[in-house]
Design a binder for this molecule. Sequence first.
Ligand code: ADP
Ligand code: MG
Length: 666
Amino acid sequence: MDISLSKIKGIGPARLKAFEAAGIHTVRELVMFLPREYRDLTRTVPLCELKPGDTAAVRVKVAGEVHERRARRLLITKLYVTDGTETLPVLWYNQPWLKKQMAPGRELLLYGKAEHKQGYVTLVSPAIESAEGLIPVYRNIAGIPPKALKSSVEAALKICEGQWPDELPESLRRRYGLCERNFAMRNAHFPLNREALEAARRRIAFEELLLYQIALRLFRSTGREGVRIDFDDAELEAFWSRLPFEPTNAQRRVLMEVAADLRSRKAMARMVQGDVGSGKTAIAFAAIALAHAGGWQSALMAPTEVLARQHYEAAQRILEPLGMKVGLLVGSLTPKQHRLAHEAIASGEWDVAIGTHALITEGVEYHRLGLVVTDEQHRFGVRQRTSLSEKGDAPNVLVMSATPIPRTLSLILYGDLDISIVNELPPGRTPVATRIVPEARREDMYDFLRREVAKGRQVYFVCPLVEESEAVEALPAEAVYEDLRTNKLPELRIELVHGRMKAADKDAALERFRTGEADVLVSTTVIEVGVNVPNATVMVIENAERFGLAQLHQLRGRVGRGTEESWCFLMAEPNTRLRFLRSTTDGFRIAEKDMELRGPGELFGTRQSGTLTAGIGALAGDTELLKLTHDEAKALMASPDDADARAVIALAQERFADKLRDVAVN
Ligand code: ADP
Ligand code: MG
């Protein structure tokens, strides 16, 4: 199973490279590349029953001629299909080869989403399928067409047939009713039926989650003597009294937790979670001030240069008056500035070093590093930590994250971290009014936008990605942009940004929006609109039903940053999920709900990518499984000398130790 992929028919040097770039080198690794989801083609729906918002399989015939139309960079292929119960239009974007293939009368099995377009229920960019059943859908690998990927996986499965050793102890398998490993691998890719798929998912997810949690625990318990920082309680009050505002109760409570960690002999490994705007920066600065009072140096690391500079400016305002010397180290400094920064850090001239990854990757020598704060889940590994700590003890680590994660999931994803939650926003914010806008009310919404823009406000339009293929990534945004510019809001100044644009063009468009030269910004979600535009008061989210609740909540957080009343319009037919989002602005309740409704898979991501098997997101079945494996991991670790525990611990070490060494925060 550990043989090279080149043994598989159809994988030549170019594809081999593409697979390797995705981290897949062996036949085993390819079989471990599990589908992201499955298309349910076990049953087809009559066209007359298809409603906007439905995702379904239909069996149809091409009725009449195929039409092609161009709108700027967009090639639109349109045809009508029928199944005798109804005739409906189908659209594809930028697929020039389709026209030749679609003769009238051709039979098609289509799978896709029905949308409302110009008064008709329309299938938009459906996949053309060849057989019924549960069809695996894989994450895209650049350079490998989806069909080739599927057949490569099939070939890899054949090679491994019957060879997966069942490494989980028999007693565990029996207690939790887990199916055999070979059956699991086969059915995770090409399920016989729904029951077989469920059994396979459960088996694979159970094993992964259990081993992962054991590995986290192994790490946590290994020698973690930390820098002990002592300070006077009065320092806490002194810091708060210097701020231009009263801290919230949540900020006070979290800082107390942090202070206790700093004082303890154990190195702090704490994550602070809180919604955007909950005031995490003040907590980080307070911790830095405490470290300074105790005689220790701090480093604050941000994921981007823009964010690092923002923190640097704030630190100059807030920390320097407290007698601290703050410095900035980012990649774009001149060689001389780099040298000076390194010297200032090594000599202890800087009490606080703020920057990007440069803080740990450039072999910077610290003077007396006692605290490392990383912003926005910017995580780093044990090796890097070791490079940070002096010969002596490990520095304390504080991680700030704006992604609320339900408690159960936190236990698993961040089992090695203590967690503090900032569950309160500073007073005086106007909550964003959220509305669900069905197609029938679209024109009213445009009228509303015109009035807002006339008042001098600005508008975001966010469009989902098309998942099928990277080649069409930016299309929905482009289509929306064209439609707004030429039909819906021609009198407004509209900008477009998407992931495939040149960086310079993107920046220029963002800048025009930021400075108010544009009224509307259309974008996909891939590009992170890092601009903070308090004057933007409206967020329109197209195809809102395609987004997870947590993601919608994050998008909504981009408005409501000024003092004006702000709005979020969810373009979709009303449903329970969206109504829930309308009813609350509490990020944690939303994350809990998201997990309840869609399973924890969607929330996995940041940390697990590259650590857990690709596809575990889809596999991490349900909350119950998370709990089961969590409890079992705990039980096994409580008596590590049992035969079962020994076997599982050895497996966890083999499977995850190396990977975790690079991802775990300490
Ligand atoms: P985040 O948690 O998203 O990092 P920030 O720390 O950037 O949030 O804080 C957002 C804004 O709220 C900042 O302008 C900050 O000065 C302000 N702020 C933070 N705490 C308070 C508070 N207790 N009262 C009033 N304003 C606050
Ligand atoms: Mg922040």
